[in-house]
Design a protein around this ligand. Structure first.
Ligand code: PLP
Length: 405
């Protein structure tokens, strides 16, 4: 008789679900890095060109940030010891908040240990049962989780569909209305129509919450998507994370002083958690200095984006409408996405295959960094073109290069 090793386990149902995930090519594992974050990393003993981190400016291992962390840890120690409201709010936290608010041109800012936590805090802090949130369908998972946790009425509009959003706003009885969108969509690389979203917020007396995790440091001379669009309004509540282009960790929300004060008083995910180590505040300040004094990093990044797109498009590879460092290539199914990622890895490039349920359509998600060198970006493009030739085409004609028309 065959023995099911899980039959007697109280977790047999979980094991069965994982087995099914494997069969569907949706099983996840964590690749183990044996090097610092950077354009070239060591993974499971192999050296690979890293095209899947969000370290867009190459700051994660920048000497100025490392030095700031080292000096701060010597002065402030490691643990903050308590939540911000009790006794964990230290001078480097406050200095980072002041610098961040000034940098993005808002009256006040508040920092969090992660972007996930920041999104939970802002949305659950600002809206509740009597209110409504209006969210883009492609928003980051942390925004969706925050909307659910807020208990506000949760309406999702089709990606960037302003007509549908206007209709939803016009037909809500809610006390407060909060529009929520990624500025740069994390898995697609395209951008929200910020001016139009702000106009709708004004027309319907709503608030606009923008998550600029992928724009901060990159767009608008580093000041982010709002600065790039030339938009400023007290209605805008702006959040950016500090673990991507900024090269450190955490996140901040910047807004009117009353909004920040309200969050300090009401946002449970801010109140009931231990403050991040103060050294991260020092890292944030160092990062802001580099973002402002080394504009050549954004110039290099932009050149890499253009090089990759021009080469791939010239070879007939279908790209998405993205001018950001996130350059996805759609795949017909999860198995093909994994095969393409594996084939790239054999050629020394690390590109993540992103699959459902993270995204509706499987894809390779290429991310570029200022720290890459030009020849490596060109090599990635050439290798990808060759690999796509041997893979099944996208249904509906998003053709692999070399496919008959
Ligand atoms: C990464 C990301 C977050 C979460 O930020 P963390 O600091 O990684 O927790 C939130 N929103 C978007 C759009 C993101 O891409």
């Amino acid at each position: 008789m065959a023995i099911n090793p899980h039959a007697s386990s109280p977790f047999a149902a979980l094991a069965d679900e994982l087995t099914q995930r494997r069969a569907d090519h949706l099983y996840r594992q964590r690749p183990l890095l044996q090097s610092p974050q950077g354009p070239v990393v060591t993974v499971a003993g192999r050296t690979l060109n890293n095209f899947c981190s969000n370290d867009y400016l190459g700051l994660a291992h920048h000497p100025a940030l490392v030095a700031a962390a080292r000096e701060a840890v010597a002065q402030w120690g490691v643990g903050s010891g308590a939540s911000h409201l009790v006794c964990g709010h230290q001078q480097p936290h406050q200095d980072a908040e002041d610098a961040l608010a000034a940098f993005v041109g808002k009256p006040a800012a508040l920092t969090f240990a992660t972007g996930y936590l920041g999104n939970l805090a802002v949305i659950t802090g600002l809206v509740g049962r009597e209110d409504a949130v209006f969210a883009d369908k492609l928003n980051h998972a942390s925004l969706n989780d925050a909307c659910l946790l807020s208990r506000a009425t949760f309406k999702r509009y089709a990606h960037n569909n302003l007509t549908q959003l206007a209709h939803l706003l016009a037909n809500t009885p809610a006390r407060r209305k909060l529009i929520v969108a990624d500025a740069v969509f994390s898995m697609d690389g395209d951008q929200a129509p910020l001016a139009e979203l702000l106009a709708l917020a004004e027309a319907h007396d709503a608030w606009l919450f923008i998550d600029d995790a992928h724009g901060f440091g990159v767009l608008g001379e580093g000041r982010g998507a709002m600065a790039a669009a030339g938009l400023d309004s007290p209605r805008i509540v702006y959040l950016a994370t500090l673990g991507k282009a900024a090269g450190g960790a955490g996140a901040f929300v910047a807004a009117e002083a009353v909004v920040i004060d309200y969050l300090i008083n009401h946002a449970r995910p801010y109140i009931y958690t231990t403050a991040a180590p103060a050294l991260l505040g020092a890292v944030t300040q160092a990062s802001l200095r580099v973002i402002q004094t080394e504009p050549e990093r954004r110039v290099a990044l932009q050149a890499h984006i253009e090089l990759l797109r021009v080469r791939l498009l010239a070879a007939g590879v279908a790209l998405m409408p993205s001018s950001t460092p996130i350059q996805p290539v759609l795949m017909p199914d999860s198995a093909t996405a994994l095969a393409a990622s594996q084939a790239l890895r054999q050629r020394g490039h690390w590109v993540a295959a992103i699959r459902p349920p993270t995204v509706p359509m499987p894809r390779l998600r290429i991310t570029l960094s200022a720290a890459h060198n030009t020849a490596t970006v060109a090599q990635l493009a050439d290798d990808l073109i060759e690999i796509l030739r041997d893979l099944p085409a996208m249904p509906g004609g998003a053709a692999a290069p070399g496919d008959p028309a």
